[in-house]
Design a protein around this ligand. Structure first.
Ligand SMILES: Cc1cc2nc3c(=O)[nH]c(=O)nc-3n(C[C@H](O)[C@H](O)[C@H](O)COP(=O)(O)OP(=O)(O)OC[C@H]3O[C@@H](n4cnc5c(N)ncnc54)[C@H](O)[C@@H]3O)c2cc1C
Length: 317
């Protein structure tokens, strides 16, 4: 394993925030992971992937854990198991080259395999939950391995059991995805082109992708807003958990933010990305406080104009 003390986290988060971590440990096998967890039992641990959905708000006084395990193997012709540290897009590129399809709509989403299950990443109508068969994990306390079926992961919109009931309790060690033989290179290429035209390129412009999640509103609220804003985009969604029988509509947060006039606006070094207002970027040496303040102003103005709460998708650390 690799152990570094008191290091800058700049290379480990796509927002480009330069804070420090007391300890950074990268492991290369399950035995090493078990050893680290045993030695550092009770200490504050944050397992990261590519750091593409994190906003470090200050120095991290605990241990940053990262996986150096990055292999994938076919279990059979319909399932592939990938280790947590493999970049999701590298996996999709390999599968596409080998003429396997099913995951191509998730092309170019930054991040690693482990986080794809935690975050239930999604794009262009496909979510990780549609292609995940099961998830292998290690219990941080007991150090035992546990397999979660797709159902047990309780996937939702950018959500899973690993973000709530079991937050910080399990480390995703590998993910089994469903694939099938088929040509996907054309779709993959189209998606890459579309994403590159709209989203900031990792490594060039600091960001964590969509800063906010799209809100869901009850039918009554949607109708009230539609009377005032007839052009408001809205999409009926399946009933929310615990609200069976009620109709809900998803309103694109990007539209709400744009209507409030935020497109391209800056605060300190942070900016609402002109090509996609759902994204906040580190335009010019932004501090965490610049980003936090801009995000807070954006959500306050959406609340004031539309009476809708929008919540960050990004994990504040
Ligand atoms: C330019 C850009 C575009 C993006 N576009 C999209 C998009 O289209 N769709 C989308 O869904 N997301 C998008 N994102 C967000 C991001 O890509 C996803 O959230 C991704 O899953 C984050 O992966 P990561 O490896 O960087 O995880 P990190 O950001 O490092 O971690 C995210 C969370 O997962 C936890 N975690 C990471 N690895 C593990 C593990 N092995 N076990 C347990 N917990 C773990 C972390 O503790 C943290 O809570 C985008 C981000 C950027 C920068």
């Amino acid at each position: 394993m690799t152990i570094k003390e008191n290091i800058s986290l700049l290379p480990y988060n796509t927002f480009g925030i330069d804070v420090k971590a007391r300890l950074f440990i990268e492991y290369y096998s399950l035995d090493e992971l078990r050893q680290v967890l045993k030695e550092h039992k009770g200490e504050q641990i944050l397992h990261i992937g590519q750091g593409s959905n994190l906003l470090f708000t200050r120095d991290f006084n605990g241990i940053i854990l990262h996986s150096g395990m990055a292999r994938a193997r076919f279990i059979d012709d319909e399932t592939v198991e990938a280790q947590n540290g493999l970049r999701l897009d590298d996996l999709i590129a390999q599968l596409t080259d080998m003429a396997y399809c099913g995951m191509e709509k998730l092309s170019l989403i930054p991040g690693e395999v482990g986080a794809s299950a935690v975050q239930n990443v999604g794009a262009y109508g496909v979510e990780a939950k549609d292609v995940i068969e099961r998830v292998y994990t290690m219990d941080v306390e007991t150090l035992e391995e546990r397999v979660f079926t797709n159902e047990e992961c309780k996937f939702g919109y950018r959500d899973s059991i690993f973000k709530h009931e079991l937050k910080g309790k399990y480390i995703v060690t590998s993910v089994v995805y469903k694939v099938k033989p088929g040509e996907a290179s054309k779709t993959r290429e189209e998606i890459i082109q579309t994403r590159m035209a709209k989203l900031p390129t990792v490594g060039e412009v600091g960001s964590a992708g969509s800063f906010f999640m799209n809100p869901f509103v009850p039918e009554e609220k949607a109708n009230e807003l539609l009377a005032q804003y007839p052009d408001m985009p809205h999409f009926e969604t399946p009933s929310l958990e615990g609200r069976v029988g009620e109709r809900f509509f998803k309103i694109p947060a990007a539209w709400l933010i744009e209507q409030c006039g935020w497109k391209g606006k800056t605060l300190g070094g942070a900016q609402v990305w002109p090509k996609q207002p759902l994204v906040i970027v580190n335009a010019n040496n932004a501090t965490p406080d610049d980003i936090i303040a801009l995000a807070a102003q954006v959500s306050t103005s959406v609340k004031e104009k539309f009476g809708i709460d929008i919540h960050p998708e990004v994990n504040y650390i």
